[in-house]
Write a protein that binds this ligand. Structure first.
Ligand SMILES: [Fe+2]
Length: 212
């Protein structure tokens, strides 16, 4: 009941989330359109995978706030053009823990703090921050990581969206069983293949998130 209110438009708690998102967007910690596309995908994937109501709500909320920890990453790393140094990458990786720290102190977000913490774990245990493996990684975090990667790839090719879509699915399949949960990749690939991309995402907007 409490969590359901978070996703109700206009509720006081959803207003808090919207203010947070606006602040993150204003500083370019999250790309415009990314949150909207991921939220839409989250609802569609939740339905496809028959998630329980609480898992569905958590996944949609996670889609919105998973990168809030980027507020704690120094600007010179966050906005560095080109590839990050090894040290810079290590600092960037801290956004998962920082996001957890923030969320766990928020009555609006504490129930998804661990989902935020683990949104960059890999299926084979080579992710971060805790190198969790397989089902040790929360289901919502496993789903989010696949959608996040898909959106990053397709959004980086706004003028060749069909090619971007095919490349993105090929990339997800290439990383299936290593970075991503193979069962979820299969479901997501089927979903994308069955739907007109424009019905699921608008394919617009540059992305600044990390996906590994
Ligand atoms: Fe992230």
């Amino acid at each position: 009941m409490y969590e359901r209110k978070l996703t109700q438009i206009g509720s006081p708690k959803s207003k808090v989330i919207n203010i947070l998102l606006a602040a993150l967007s204003e500083r370019d910690f999250i790309a415009q359109g990314h949150v909207e596309r991921l939220s839409k995908m989250a609802g569609t994937m939740a339905d496809r995978m028959n998630l329980a109501d609480d898992e569905r709500r958590n996944l949609i909320l996670l889609a919105k706030v998973h990168d809030l920890g980027k507020v704690g990453v120094p600007d010179e790393i966050m906005f560095k053009p080109g590839k990050l140094s090894e040290d810079g990458y290590e600092r960037m990786k801290e956004h998962a823990q920082i996001g957890y720290n923030i969320a766990s102190r928020s009555k609006e977000l504490f129930h998804i703090a661990s989902l935020i913490l683990h949104h960059h774990e890999f299926w084979d245990g080579r992710g971060y921050p805790f190198r969790l493996k397989r089902e040790q990684i929360p289901l919502e975090s496993r789903i989010l990581s696949i959608m996040d990667a898909y959106d990053a790839i397709t959004s980086s090719r706004p003028y060749h969206n069909k090619i971007g879509k095919e490349e993105a699915i090929a990339e997800l399949k290439r990383c299936s069983g290593t970075q991503f949960d193979p069962r979820i990749v299969d479901e997501f690939a089927k979903l994308i293949e069955e739907q007109d991309t424009r019905g699921l995402t608008n394919g617009k907007g540059a992305i600044k998130n990390c996906w590994n």
